[in-house]
Design a protein around this ligand. Structure first.
Ligand SMILES: [Zn+2]
Length: 308
């Protein structure tokens, strides 16, 4: 069953954002370490050829179990609509602007952004902070500097001031500046809409050239803003997939990303990823330290998968 075909049950949770994006209250990527491992192997060779989990059937089963408990998480609904629209014909324009040259201008948006560059910057701003603070930082940035050309031209200290509420202002401002500068140098204009027409592996190769963009940032951009089938591994996804035996015990997060992307069927990646993130916030069993950030919604539906 495709994600389009399923009923969209809403949770009561009104927090938004990808944990990656935001979801991902992770530490900023250790790029030096990550680049030792090719983040996008094109050979098709399996990273762990003898580790045969998860199977496609397990992926479907876990997706169905989590969906039965949570419905499709409201916090990711906006991205799911985009994903649906992206697979529709061009006549099916609707309210969602999936592919438009208008994306090269600036949305002045809400933190999700209608342009690819809006999406990328919102992901960068989400690192190591809450959804609310990263969204506030994005809005503050767009308010102070309405266009990306304005951001590019701004003195770093003013840029840092604009995004300070999202934390790590110096590092994030530096990364944003680098991206804009690289775009202008390589493409002649500050716009990333050209990525929409590229296949996933080429997008990964392309973004690898930008300083400060780690594999998780790229994976989030692919899944949430480019509607590609990719499977970012944030702290919740890593913890839960390890707990249910889907990744080798020795795998770090980067290897988990490669392994899970190889094993999980493309058509299940988006829903499974969103469901793991939301489940990791609600479940007494699966939350970090068994201390859920949000109210538990019932017994863990993955109990049969947990070891011990
Ligand atoms: Zn659970």
């Amino acid at each position: 069953m495709t994600r389009r075909g399923r009923t969209k049950k809403m949770t009561k949770n009104n927090q938004r954002g990808c944990e990656t994006r935001h979801p991902q209250e992770d530490h900023l990527p250790d790029n030096a370490k990550r680049r030792r491992l090719d983040p996008h192997p094109s050979s098709g060779r399996l990273l762990y050829p003898d580790f045969e989990r998860p199977t496609a059937q397990e992926c479907r089963d876990v997706r169905d179990r989590l969906m039965a408990l949570h419905g499709f998480p409201q916090e990711f609904e906006e991205y799911r609509r985009n994903a649906d629209a992206a697979t529709h014909s061009s006549e099916d324009s609707g309210a969602v602007q999936v592919k438009s040259e208008a994306g090269c201008s600036d949305s002045g948006g809400n933190g999700v952004g209608s342009s690819v560059l809006d999406g990328l910057v919102s992901i960068l701003l989400s690192q190591n902070t809450t959804d609310a603070n990263s969204r506030r930082a994005f809005l503050s940035l767009k308010s102070a500097f309405p266009t990306w050309d304005d951001v590019h031209a701004a003195e770093s200290k003013f840029l840092e001031n604009a995004i300070r509420c999202g934390g790590l202002a110096h590092t994030k401002a530096h990364r944003i500046k680098n991206i804009l500068k690289t775009l202008l140098e390589k493409k002649g204009k500050i716009c990333m809409e050209y990525l929409r027409d590229m296949p996933t592996e080429k997008i990964k190769t392309e973004l690898h050239q930008f300083k400060g963009l780690g594999p998780k940032t790229v994976a989030c951009l692919l899944m949430f803003h480019l509607q590609k089938d990719d499977f970012p591994v944030d702290t919740h996804v890593f913890r839960i997939t390890k707990s249910i035996g889907w990744i080798p015990p020795s795998a770090n997060r980067e290897k988990a990303y490669l392994h899970l992307n190889q094993r999980i069927p493309d058509n299940l990646k988006f829903d499974l990823n969103c469901l793991f993130v939301t489940h990791g916030k609600h479940c007494q069993r699966c939350a970090s330290g068994r201390q859920p950030q949000r109210a538990p919604l019932g017994p863990c539906p993955l109990s049969g998968y947990h070891a011990g």
